[in-house]
Structure formats: structure tokens, C-alpha cells
Design a protein around this ligand. Structure first.
Ligand code: NAI
Ligand code: MG
Length: 355
């Protein structure tokens, strides 16, 4: 089978981890004669913005549209405001390709220890489903009286019945398909008194179609604490755009850090390409040093393979990552070693051939 992937390496450590990701794809094609990947790289990043005054060309989305999937490194560089780099590249892709599911596994890989040392690895395995097209990241609002003492800013939250229903239903279906029994929905309906009660009502409505799944609505503040105090008690967590964003960085920290955490921006109907990316950013503090952890990117590629229906290959990648972590010899500094991005990437690729 032949798959096409648009690749956006981006800024900072993005190109460093993506280089390793592309070598991995090549190795997979080597190992599995029946599969090939045609990749095309797009140089859309903050450098491009400085040269062209925009993050991608006007027909950027049209050029991405024909690909089966999109792989993104990370975007963002000092000197270009983050709201521009994110709003002009990542968010248009997520929205126009209806990637309304942002799937973020929180799972402690074998071979690693959680900073919460009393937790066993079997305990820590759940998934956060983040709503990815609306909610708090609305682009609606404005600023008035700029530069005066009366300056103010308003940002509206946008929640639609259609948007909530599809993300909540996806989450229940995911729980059902993976044999999970608990669904936790993040809320804040005590403080946010219009949109969050609406969210809660829809969660309750849909839950009645899934009597075998125990449904819980938990306020985001308490839920954040539970991510630390009892992360083993979750199966599927569904959250709005902002709440899901915050929860998943927290979840990543609980299972070893941002260098490990993968994500998929998924269009479940497969009408449009889905996009896979590490959840971390461009990490300007370590960019150029060659020490970024590539695992988040390689695991995102594993999720990409699952999405393409190549589940055995997806599992091969994740198993190989775990083998190398268990062996413990090759690790980047963020997980307690001295290896470079390439060295860890190579160790994982060699393990693919051994398996
Ligand atoms: P960040 O995720 O880039 O970095 C946070 C911390 O985690 C830093 O100390 C960094 O060194 C560390 N870290 C991140 N990835 C790592 C890896 N693979 N290996 C080892 N350590 C790693 O978040 P930050 O600092 O808030 O944002 C930096 C830039 O990235 C900003 O411009 C921001 O807007 C952008 N960003 C882009 C995202 C994307 O492209 N999807 C997501 C998040 C932030
Ligand atoms: Mg984030």
C-alpha cells in the first residue's frame, strides 16, 4: 500500500524531531515491503512568516488537502507572536479539515517511572479527547480603549450543539470500542454559567445511550488535582478545547514529560487528512542542541499508522520505543540520559529491525 504524508517540520526542535520521524518511516517501508510512504515537506514556519508576512501561502490548505495525513513538528519562534503562528497555521488546518478530535493518550511507557513514584505502569493508561475546533479558542471578541486605563478585552466561548454532540459521542464510542467502562467529562458549570451547563446537559443526554459506561462530570479544578492524586482512575476523559489543552500537558508531566507525549488531530469521517504531532512546542530553550526527545514524534507516527489502518505497524513502533526504554541505555536528557535526538531515534529504528 501507498500512503502520502505532508510534512511540516516547523520551528525550533520541530525539524530535529521530524528528521528522526522521517527516517523511521523509511525504515518501516524497508521492513515491510508492501508499504511505502510518499512524503512532501512544506517549509511553513516562522522563518517563512518573516519572509512572506504569512505562515503559509494563500493556497496552503488546498495543497495539503490531497494527502492522506499530515505530520507536524512544532511551530513557534521568539520574535513572532505565538497567537499569529498558531492561529495562521495550526488552527486553520485543524478547523478546515474538521479535525474535531484531538486524541491524546496518557500512558506510562514500560521502562519509565512516573514522577509520581508510587504509581505502577499498568495503572497509568488512559486517553484524553480534546475538542479541537470551537470552545474557548473562538477567534471571537475584541479589544477596546487600547492604551488607556479603560482598556478591555473580550473573548467569547463558542459551544454548538453539533460540536459538543460529535466530540462527546466520539468519546463514548471510543470507550466502547476499547472496552473501557468509565467516561469523565471536564466541566466548570458552577462558574461558567452558560456554556458549561449546556455542555453538561449534552453529556448527560448522550450518556443515556451508553448504559454500560459510568459517566462522571468533574469540575476542571478538581479534575486537575485528580490527574495527580489518582490518575489510575480514568479511562476516557473528554474536555473542551482549552481544558483539554491544559489537562494534557499535565497528563504528560505525570507520565514522564512533554518529550514523550503524542497527539492526533483526527477527522474521524476521513473526509480530510488528519494531522499527527507531538503535543510539545518548539522548545526554544533546547533548540539547536540536538537533544530533544524524539519519542513524542515517533509515538505520534505510531498513532498515524493506527489511523491509516496499519495497526500492527503502529504497535511495532510503540513496542520498539518501549524496548529501548526498558534497556535504559539510550535516553535523552529530559528522561535522565545523555543521548542525542538522533542516537535515541537510531536505537528505536534498530529495534524495529530486531523485532
Ligand atoms: P514547549 O513544549 O516548547 O516547551 C516546554 C518545556 O518542555 C521546555 O522546557 C522544553 O525544553 C521542554 N520540551 C518540549 N519538548 C521537548 C522534547 N521533545 N524533548 C525534551 N524537552 C522538551 O512549550 P513552550 O515553551 O510553552 O512554547 C514554546 C513555543 O512553542 C511557543 O512559541 C509556543 O507557542 C509553541 N508551541 C507550539 C505548539 C505546536 O506547534 N503545536 C504547542 C505548544 C507550544
Ligand atoms: Mg498545548
Amino acid at each position: 500500500k501507498h500512503y502520502s504524508a505532508a510534512v511540516i517540520p516547523g520551528d525550533g526542535i520541530g525539524p530535529e524531531v521530524m528528521e528522526v520521524g522521517l527516517s523511521l518511516l523509511q525504515s518501516i517501508a524497508d521492513i515491510h515491503g508492501g508499504i511505502s510512504f510518499q512524503t512532501e515537506s512544506f517549509p511553513w514556519n516562522c522563518q517563512y512568516y518573516r519572509e512572506h508576512g504569512r505562515m503559509m501561502p494563500e493556497d496552503g490548505l488546498q495543497r495539503l488537502r490531497p494527502f492522506d495525513v499530515i505530520l507536524l513538528g512544532a511551530i513557534g519562534a521568539p520574535g513572532v507572536p505565538d497567537h499569529i503562528s498558531v492561529w495562521e497555521l495550526i488552527l486553520p488546518i485543524r478547523r478546515s479539515f474538521q479535525q474535531y478530535v484531538n486524541l491524546r493518550p496518557i500512558k506510562l511507557l514500560r521502562g519509565l517511572e512516573s514522577p509520581l513514584r508510587y504509581k505502577q505502569h499498568d495503572d497509568l493508561d488512559f486517553v484524553v479527547v480534546r475538542e479541537n475546533t470551537e470552545g474557548e479558542y473562538s477567534n471571537m471578541g475584541g479589544r477596546l480603549h487600547v492604551g488607556t486605563p479603560y482598556e478591555l478585552a473580550v473573548q467569547n466561548n463558542v459551544f454548538t450543539r453539533y460540536g459538543i454532540e460529535r466530540i462527546v459521542r466520539f468519546s463514548f464510542e471510543l470507550a466502547k470500542a476499547t472496552g473501557k467502562t468509565r467516561l469523565t467529562a471536564a466541566t466548570k458549570s458552577n462558574g461558567i454559567n452558560h456554556s458549561m451547563p449546556f455542555w453538561d446537559e449534552i453529556v448527560k443526554e448522550i450518556s443515556s445511550d451508553y448504559p454500560d459506561i459510568e459517566t462522571q462530570l468533574t469540575h476542571i479544578d478538581a479534575l486537575s488535582a485528580f490527574f495527580v492524586s489518582r490518575p489510575e482512575s480514568f479511562d476516557v476523559v473528554v474536555a473542551s478545547n482549552l481544558f483539554g489543552d491544559i489537562l494534557t500537558d499535565l497528563g504528560a508531566a505525570v507520565v514522564g514529560g512533554l518529550g514523550l507525549a503524542p497527539s492526533g488531530n483526527i477527522n474521524p469521517e476521513k473526509q480530510y487528512p488528519s494531522m499527527f504531532e507531538p503535543i510539545h512546542g518548539s522548545a526554544p530553550d533546547i533548540a539547536g542542541k540536538g537533544i530533544a526527545n524524539p519519542i513524542a514524534t515517533l509515538w505520534s507516527i505510531s498513532m498515524m499508522l493506527d489511523h491509516l489502518g496499519e495497526r500492527e505497524l503502529g504497535k511495532l513502533v510503540l513496542d520498539s520505543i518501549e524496548d529501548v526504554l526498558i534497556a535504559g541505555e539510550v535516553r535523552t536528557p529530559d528522561i535522565g540520559g545523555k543521548a542525542t535526538t538522533r542516537e535515541l531515534g537510531d536505537a528505536i529504528r534498530e529495534q524495529l529491525y530486531r523485532r
